[in-house]
Design a protein around this ligand. Structure first.
Ligand SMILES: Cc1cc2nc3c(=O)[nH]c(=O)nc-3n(C[C@H](O)[C@H](O)[C@H](O)COP(=O)(O)O)c2cc1C
Length: 313
């Protein structure tokens, strides 16, 4: 058995170097797929486990002797990297400052964003957790204002079609098939937003991507879901922020791109994948002097007294 993936249909392969193994059992302990167990002082590989080896690599990352080799599903021991030293890790304060100080940026200087910097953003974002490995999320880097404008033009065409179809009376007719929240969202947000996009476009302004010098579009395969691409996009946003770039997630782009198969092909989105979120990037031309406290809509705690540890003096 193997968990299906758009590129891989086989399970990973785990090999244990019996001579090097010290039977500490850590690999079996961390294996989430029940592929490894420590039986009678020996690490046993269960080829018949329910999902097979998902090739997360945890066993070879935890092994103190380097006695395990996982290959297949896009990974091999060559992908192992040294664990970051404690001094290399972001402190909670540094991370909190990055997160708190980040603002959505919609105004950019004329400076182009180099491909190397975009590559770095993509590389950093690819460390995001995206469901079950190997990640079935990809991205398209649109670099340069001309290419971004061309993409924006295609999105506006899509919105013009949307406005022709979703006239107010059509929405009223569809009301019984929609939840109240969905209907109100369509009536009070999506339709007016589409109108705004089109009006700005006619006036020569790009209200979709704000004339950003770069956009990254994240897409996911049919074997994964929207959250995986969203998590990747969120990591990319923080990575870009740490590299001095300003960003804004653009939710208005993907619903149009995903319905335009020719555009997906032109962008190099693999057949069957669904664009889920876009991120604009560039050097900010505005500087925020303050940040702001934001809150969840609700935060509740559910705990049982019996879970609390009792401290005995
Ligand atoms: C999923 C998502 C989609 C968004 N889509 C858009 C968008 O299409 N256009 C836009 O201008 N901003 C978009 N934003 C940015 C929000 O409007 C932004 O978070 C808000 O302005 C608050 O600013 P802050 O990020 O600086 O706190 C989006 C944000 C998220 C998280």
């Amino acid at each position: 058995m193997a968990i299906m993936h758009s590129l891989y249909r086989e399970a990973g392969t785990v090999r244990v170097d019996e001579a090097a193994c010290i039977q500490c059992g850590q690999c079996a302990e961390v294996c989430a797929g029940e592929v490894l167990s420590l039986d009678d002082g020996r690490i046993v590989v269960h080829a018949d486990s329910p999902f097979g080896c998902i090739a997360c690599g945890h066993c070879m990352m935890v092994c103190p002797e380097g006695a395990i080799r996982v290959s297949g599903r896009g990974i091999s021991p060559d992908d192992l990297l040294p664990a970051p030293q404690s001094g290399e890790k972001a402190t909670a304060d540094a991370l909190a400052a990055l997160m708190r100080g980040r603002r959505s940026v919609r105004h950019f200087t004329d400076q182009a964003v180099d491909q190397e910097l975009l590559d770095r953003v993509v590389e950093m974002a690819s460390s995001a957790p995206m469901g079950i490995p190997p990640w079935d999320v990809g991205c398209v880097v649109v670099r340069g204002r001309k290419a971004v404008r061309e993409l924006a033009d295609q999105i506006i065409e899509g919105y013009e079609g949307f406005l022709k179809f979703f006239r107010p009376w059509v929405l009223t007719l569809m009301r019984p098939m929609m939840s109240r929240a969905k209907y109100e969202q369509f009536r009070d947000f999506i339709r007016p937003l589409a109108e705004t996009y089109v009006q700005h476009h006619r006036a020569g302004r790009d209200a979709v991507f704000y004339d950003a010098p770069a956009v990254i579009v994240f897409h996911h395969s049919p074997y994964t879901d929207v959250p995986d691409a969203m998590i990747a996009c969120t990591y990319a946003m923080l990575a870009a922020e740490s590299l001095g770039l300003g960003t804004t997630m653009i939710g208005g782009a993907a619903p149009i791109i995903q319905r335009n198969k020719a555009l997906c092909r032109k962008l190099g989105v693999p057949e069957g994948n669904t664009p889920a979120m876009a991120l604009i990037l560039g050097y900010p031309s505005v500087e925020f002097q303050r940040t702001i406290r934001r809150r969840f809509s609700s935060v509740e705690t559910f705990a049982l007294d019996s879970d609390e540890k009792t401290v005995v003096d």
